[in-house]
Design a protein around this ligand. Sequence first.
Ligand SMILES: [Zn+2]
Length: 482
Amino acid sequence: MKRFLSIAFASAALCAGAQEAPMLKIYSGAPDTIRSAETTLVCVTQPGARASIADEAVHVYRTGSFGSKVALRPGLNRVSVDVEKDGKSTKRVLEIYRDTVAAPKRVAKETPETRFVEGRWVETLPGAYLQYGNGDDRLGGSKMGFIDEGIVLKAVGEKGSLYCVQLGDNRRAYLPKEYASDAVAPAVAGAVNTGSWSVADAGDVDRVTISLPRRLAYSYATELDPSTITVDVYGATDNSNWITQRTATLGIIDYVDFRQVDSDVYRVILRLKPGVQWGFHVGYQGTSLTIDVRHRPVSLALKNLTIGLDAGHGGPYPGAYSPSGLKEKEVNLDIVQHIREILEAKGAKVVMTRTGDTGPSMAERKRIWREAKVDMAVSVHNNSGGGALSSPGTAVLYKHLFCRPMAQAVTARLLETGLPLFGIVQNFNFSLNGPTEFPEVLVEGMFMSSLVEEEKLADPAFRRLVAQKIVAGIEDYLKSAR
Ligand SMILES: [Zn+2]
């Protein structure tokens, strides 16, 4: 990253020295034909040049980017863009035609509804997850959560790449077909009886085991106050006459309980001791539902913790570009390298998903964190979209409610950089926000598409500041967890 920037600035300096006319690149906002009455023109020249758009002087950022809104008359508009540096100038006249004929009505893209069928039995494969509905967006439909392999479910419908599966009498969900294989119907139809529970302190987790005659689908949720984990098991009816705590004390669980919330929906309730949660894992051992609830680390000093870091994108996946040519994968990695350096100086162990220009898959990144048993994790990206002339600001995103205290702590520190708040985003569907085993947040530092934020992002000192604030947020979170 550092090398990339110094090369970029060095070549600009060389051009200036050679007394050539300053370059001018029209980056966006100059289509041949447009229907709106104004356009936001974004251009790039050399740092230090002066610029005007439609004969109005505009501010040139230190990146060389500049832009302004341009009002357009009906018909042909000629918009001049001028840049000047060291007495040399470059001029472009853009021709933009404003079409005042009403736009043709957009035909809504047809989204096929779920087609319900007679029913076939499918079995979940490793990596499977359930979605609440058949919706979709850039990151996929909203996930209920991951479920273990070997769970046999009745598919009662399909839509595109999804099966609609029946979880219980009144409950359906969606399972991606890529995580389903054909299966035979279970020997016993309908809900099954639950068996004995075992609850024990197993070292760095409290383990809850519930015996079942076969693997059933489940979903999980966390609550903050009182601190609780609930797991709904679908197709089960209570017959657990033995709920046995096998160690005299427990690490993080205060007590356990259950509710039969529907005739075939069995809710496992794990009430935790006050304080922040540190993650959990739900899965099967044989046909026993096994919930591991992670203890809070014995020591919350950074020197005793392992922090997972992820620089978004990389290798063949550049992520977003800024107008002046910053690549998201490079600025992400630069910020993460600073975080690593600061954390390691404080004695923390750091586990990186990538240290160079490589693009590991999301599954690989999660595997690296899980295998290292990280205590917490941060993924760093930078955003794109929205108006180039505004400053949308910083965002911290997470999926599970128990990650909220960490997200709040990191956000509070990031705002000390002077960046405005874009948002603290919950239930975010990003793959690396999916794991439940540790607290994790995604930081979208700032908007690469915003000229003022691009200038900050291009500044090595500001990237270092962002890294310092993320570490300060982690430390605040750890203090609050004590
Ligand atoms: Zn990104």
